[in-house]
Ligand binder design. Structure first.
Ligand SMILES: NC(=O)c1ccc[n+]([C@@H]2O[C@H](COP(=O)([O-])OP(=O)(O)OC[C@H]3O[C@@H](n4cnc5c(N)ncnc54)[C@H](OP(=O)(O)O)[C@@H]3O)[C@@H](O)[C@H]2O)c1
Length: 320
């Protein structure tokens, strides 16, 4: 009888954890007992891709924590609106926020943009490589030109921006780099093969950077969100070059809000976590499965992943 009760309690707890948990257990612990975002007050944070989605959420969360900001993306008008909202919700003044337009694909501009940022604030404490575009298309149908464009934006561009700011961080003997990777950077995502490859690429690059730059007091946090509400599916690459997916996310979809994702990322940065998984289930469960039992996980993925691949083939945008 007692044993049955015990099993019952474990099952109920399991269901609750499965339903309500939206980040990994290390981050969960830090949310409750770790450093809170306001420990970052006064830091200079440069965020790429903050004209919408997760990056916009990051701007508000870092602003609320009292950080001074550099806001970058291509659409300057939207960046100015984000700046205004940051001022409204925080104690920051206009001088505390630099709107710095940046086209990540204009690689030659990155060193001079970094120089401008340093001239303005004299330092950068945290760089958030957030900008990027998702991708939908089966590998066999996707043009090599699309693969090239995804790698340029989602892999090479964050590397380039990081290389532009790194010498300054090394000189100032401290710094932190955060990347918006993805759950697709931890496991193969059928129907988003090139995106998954690019995100696996940044995991490998920045995991190495963390080791190489530890003596310079530079840390790295890899944030791996699952599905998040944003404009990602409007702008996602498809199998054809220069054709966007153009799908608006529906409110009824099971996704995390961009603000919640951003808040979790800021807590991860405040605690200098090496990696954080920010996602509801089942993706969170997949992360644990792939991390700790890759053989079993990959066997299951071959079977269950067919459903996701078929959805992409059928043009269905809401994938889980
Ligand atoms: N949404 C999700 O479900 C999800 C899940 C996991 C990871 N992520 C990652 O989260 C990051 C942000 O995406 P999001 O979901 O927030 O999508 P989003 O709303 O479309 O935001 C993408 C941002 O990237 C910027 N960007 C795109 N191309 C750029 C370029 N060439 N130069 C400079 N900036 C550029 C966009 O600004 P401009 O157009 O103004 O330049 C925009 O601010 C991406 O790295 C994405 O891979 C998203």
């Amino acid at each position: 009888m007692l044993m049955l009760l015990g099993v019952g309690i474990i099952v109920v707890l399991g269901i609750i954890i499965f339903k309500y948990l939206d980040c990994d257990l290390t981050l969960l612990w830090n949310l409750k007992y770790g450093k809170q975002p306001n420990c970052l007050a006064g830091k200079v944070v440069w965020i790429t891709g903050c004209s919408s989605g997760i990056g916009e959420g990051l701007a508000y969360e870092f602003a609320s924590a009292g950080c001074r900001l550099v806001l970058s993306a291509r659409r300057e008008n939207l960046l100015k609106e984000v700046k205004q909202k940051c001022i409204e919700i925080s104690t920051l003044t206009a001088d505390d926020i630099l709107v710095q337009p940046l086209d990540l694909l204009d690689f030659s501009s990155h060193p001079s943009v970094a120089e401008t940022v340093i001239k303005y604030f004299k330092k950068v404490d945290i760089l958030v490589n957030n900008a990027g575009r998702s991708q939908r298309g089966l590998i066999v149908e996707t043009a090599l030109e699309v693969d090239r464009q995804v790698f340029e934006l989602d892999l090479l561009a964050p590397i380039s921006v990081t290389k532009a700011i790194l010498p300054y961080m090394i000189k100032q003997r401290q710094g932190h780099i955060m990347c918006t990777s993805s759950v697709a950077g931890k496991l193969g995502a059928p129907g988003s093969g090139t995106y998954s490859a690019a995100k696996h690429g940044i995991q490998g690059f920045f995991d190495t950077l963390r080791i190489e730059c530890a003596p310079d007091n530079i840390g790295v946090t890899m944030a791996c969100p699952g599905p998040v509400f944003s404009d990602a599916l409007v702008h996602a690459f498809t199998s054809e070059p220069d054709k966007k997916l153009n799908v608006e996310m529906q409110k009824s979809w099971n996704r995390m809000t961009a603000r919640r994702c951003a808040y979790l990322m800021v807590v991860a940065a405040a605690n200098k976590l090496h990696e954080a998984w920010l996602t509801p289930n089942p993706e969170l469960f997949y992360c644990y499965l792939f991390q700790y039992t890759p053989y079993i996980a990959k066997k299951i993925a071959v079977k269950l992943g067919q459903g996701r691949a078929n959805k992409v083939k059928a043009g269905i945008a809401n994938l889980h």
